[in-house]
Design a protein around this ligand. Structure first.
Ligand code: ADP
Length: 490
């Protein structure tokens, strides 16, 4: 009963019962009224004809002999008819029924007048003298002596009619047949209703079972409603099924993403604390050594320890700065200031900035810029950061005597920037991971230049915010070449 199917069946049952009741009551009432109408119409002239044929009054009194004679002949023809002679006020003067069965001494004149005047639609029902509250169809005619109205002949038609619906149905074969056929069709309608509701709710039950299974399975696998009709030909339930299926796929994807994000977050916290702890511990160590052995240390030794402590302090500060930078870039509210700027000028400025450092490392830093490059659109400070990171890396990972080249290539609607070097290169299998935060090839390379493993992650994120990609071509021992492109300003 708590299921949708149960409720639909109960509603159908209640509806069908109500309609059946209305149908029976309506049929019986209209049949009864129709019978009364026909009876009254057929006998409309009966009272008038009797009055015309039989002198019922004589000298203002009822002619009992004539009345008895009339009564006997009518009894033979139609025993259900009752005759009453009433005066002009409606008082019953004489009748043909047994004495004790007449319960009224007068009848209302209004229906009789309406009948004679023909002002009302049939059936017109007048008082039934045999029942204090009863009303029946009748025929009536005026009794006159000369011009004077002295009374009425009041003929009650149909005798004792069926008083209750049950008795009426019992008494009529046609009605019984009608009610029987009606009931049979209702039963058939109920059966058809049960079957069709069952058929219609079957998919909802399947859907609910699938959702339940999805829940039981901890949202691991998306729902598959294979026989579900999709697109054209499907109704609302089909649509619901397809939507729920899509939704389940989304839930599965998002749970998967959440789990991955959670794993990444744990990994990140672990590596951040590790990366922060190492320089911090060294810094502390050197400072403690200085404190403990202060007097025993020579000037050069003291200077050496202070130098190491400063280096670790710097490294710590760089790590924190870059972490903060990445967190800002990855937060939802990262603010970018897009503007048209000259990539040519930017590249020249950045190259100039690194010229001395490259020289110090015994490297040649050169640029290759075609003339007439249009402005590009982007956040100039962030793009400068990308170029700096790429050039810093190139300097870091290129041995003395190498060459670093920054070039621009004009394309349709875009300008590509490329930073390439002749350095140690990147092993092919490491390439897909170098843009991950904290990922350093050096961990597997063993000793190498120092770094945070955040530079490329920051560059990647900045270009991501520009709707662009950073790509790398490299071979171990054969240099590396990083490229990205930006749209030209409108
Ligand atoms: P890091 O601070 O270690 O340089 P990055 O995110 O900038 O971190 O780079 C990640 C890794 O990619 C580096 O550890 C390095 O091994 C490799 N890499 C980046 N640039 C170059 C390059 N120009 N040549 C060779 N290896 C590179």
């Amino acid at each position: 009963m708590h299921t949708l199917y149960g409720k639909l069946v109960a509603a159908l049952f209640a509806l069908v019962t109500l309609i059946s009741l209305i149908y029976v009551v309506l049929t019986v009432t209209t049949t009864r009224l129709y019978l009364q109408e026909v009876n009254q119409k057929l006998n409309q002239m009966l009272a008038a004809n009797i009055v015309a044929e039989t002198p019922l009054l004589q000298g203002g009194k009822v002619n009992h002999a004539a009345f008895e004679g009339l009564f006997h002949s009518l009894m033979v023809i139609n025993p259900s008819i009752e005759l009453y002679v009433i005066d002009a006020e409606g008082v019953i003067l004489s009748y043909n029924a047994p004495l004790d069965r007449v319960k009224r001494d007068r009848v209302s004149l209004a229906p009789i007048r309406a009948f004679i005047a023909g002002t009302e639609e049939f059936p017109i029902r007048g008082d039934d003298p045999r029942r204090p509250q009863g009303r029946k169809v009748f025929s009536a005619a005026e009794l006159r002596e000369g011009d004077r109205l002295v009374g009425y002949l009041y003929v009650v038609l149909g005798g004792e009619e069926f008083d209750s619906v049950a008795r009426m149905i019992q008494g009529s074969y046609i009605l019984r047949l009608g009610v029987g056929v009606g009931l049979a069709s209702l039963v058939l309608a109920l059966i058809a209703g049960f079957w069709s509701f069952n058929w219609l709710t079957r998919r909802l039950r399947r859907l609910s079972a699938a959702v339940e299974a999805f829940k039981q399975g901890e949202f691991q696998a998306a729902m598959r409603l294979s026989s579900w009709r999709r697109g054209l030909g499907g109704d609302e339930i089909d649509e619901l099924g397809v939507t729920v299926e899509h939704m389940s796929q989304r839930i599965v994807d998002q749970i998967h993403q959440l789990r991955q994000a959670d794993a990444t977050r744990r990994e990140m916290i672990a590596s951040i604390s590790h990366d922060l702890r190492t320089p911090l511990a060294s810094l502390q160590g050197y400072l403690e050594t200085l404190l403990i052995k202060e007097s025993a240390l020579s000037e050069t030794e003291r200077h050496h320890y202070l130098d190491l402590a400063t280096k670790n302090g710097k490294r710590l500060s760089q790590l924190i700065t870059e972490l903060f930078e990445l967190a800002m870039l990855e937060s939802q509210g990262a603010e970018l200031h897009f503007e048209p700027f000259s990539l040519t000028e930017l590249v020249q400025d950045v190259a100039q900035k690194f010229e001395l450092e490259a020289e110090r490392h015994g490297l040649i830093l050169e640029t290759e810029i075609p003339a007439g490059a249009p402005f590009v659109s982007g956040d100039i400070a962030l793009i400068e950061r990308v170029l700096e990171n790429l050039i810093e890396n190139a300097i870091k990972y290129t041995p003395e005597g190498g060459r670093i080249r920054i070039s621009l290539v004009l394309g349709p609607g875009r300008i590509a920037a490329r930073v390439s070097d002749t350095g140690i290169g990147i092993p092919e299998h490491e390439i897909p991971r170098i843009f991950e935060r904290f990922y350093r090839v050096e961990k597997s390379r063993g000793d190498g230049p120092e770094g945070t493993g955040l530079g490329l992650a920051i560059a990647h994120r900045i270009l991501d915010l520009h709707g662009s990609l950073i790509t790398v071509e490299s071979k171990l021992g054969d240099g590396a070449s990083f490229s990205f492109n930006l749209p030209t300003a409108a």
